[in-house]
Design a protein around this ligand. Sequence first.
Ligand code: IPM
Ligand code: MG
Length: 375
Amino acid sequence: MSERTFHILLLPGDGVGPEVTAEARALLEALAPAAGVRFTFTEGLIGGAAIDAYGTPLRDEELAAALASDAVFLGAVGGPAWDHLRGEARPEAGLLRLRQALGLFANLRPVRVFDALVDASPLKPEVARGADLLVVRELTGGLYFGRPSERRDSAAGRAAIDTLPYSEQEIERIVDLAFRLARQRRGKVTSVDKANVLATSQLWREIATEVGQRYPDVTLEHLLVDATAMRLIARPRDFDVLVTENLFGDVLSDEAGVLAGSLGMLPSASLHGGPPTRPGTTAPMFGLYEPVHGSAPDIAGRGLANPLGAILSASLMLRFSLGLGDVADAIDAAVGDALAAGYRTADLGGVPAATTAEMGAQVRERALARLGARR
Ligand code: IPM
Ligand code: MG
């Protein structure tokens, strides 16, 4: 049988992005022979790195390369060097353009408290232990893309406006995906909104209820976003799948990162959820994969960053876009093994802290052993 080859567009981006994506890439390259596949990587620039090189946070060339790939793997964007820029000129605009141009409406952010990290969480161990939830964030609508979005200074003073639009179709497809994912998990969906105030949230709740009727085997609850913020910390084990709009999902997923001991632990998948984009590809879903953490400019270039968010993102890529679930299982287990063996980066309170490269190597070695034993 000929080896399957997967083409990955690698966009390391800014800050710690290059360091953590390097560990994810090294892991994929190390596992390829045992997995019986080949990975080819094309590197491109995004965010501040692209602004410095080309004067724009995302060129059409990178967008075209993304469309020609089986999956896109990204580090992080942004940093103080570009903080004076506004709107479309900012590094973040490159990421937003990429998400929108690729139609990546579904952002999956699994949050799992590894047993070995229960003590790294600021929550009481009995609260954090065993928490395992999935934030499903709508990614291409709402306040992030609504127009107008602009400054409106006038003689009366400075002012600005953003717009929060949502259509029936946009809500339906993300909520439906949340229900399908809940079926593969513990069968519960929490739909998060602000229906006591916002018109878009009232529509969201109406549609979530309708979609829920198609899934009688899945429990649906509606929860206001402020109450959700509180319950995430008070009783995180209440949650299975949370589905919510773009900005609420951004905020709640960072909050959920605290449960896991560090935002550095969290991976994400941004899926377009339709049919494969490349003829002949075996990819079930096209997607972009990135750690949830940002560019962390304060620790960039010092080998301090936690690569596990990126490594777990690589696992999501294998699972959702490349159809290699058993390789993904080996990686997830290896992360648990490395943590259980006591390896901790600085964000997890490691004393002495493991460096980015040491953590990457520990996971690589264990994932290889796991995969070898399984195949
Ligand atoms: C995230 C980030 C981005 C977002 C920024 C960098 C635009 O915070 O992926 O959560 O808000 O979506
Ligand atoms: Mg965020």
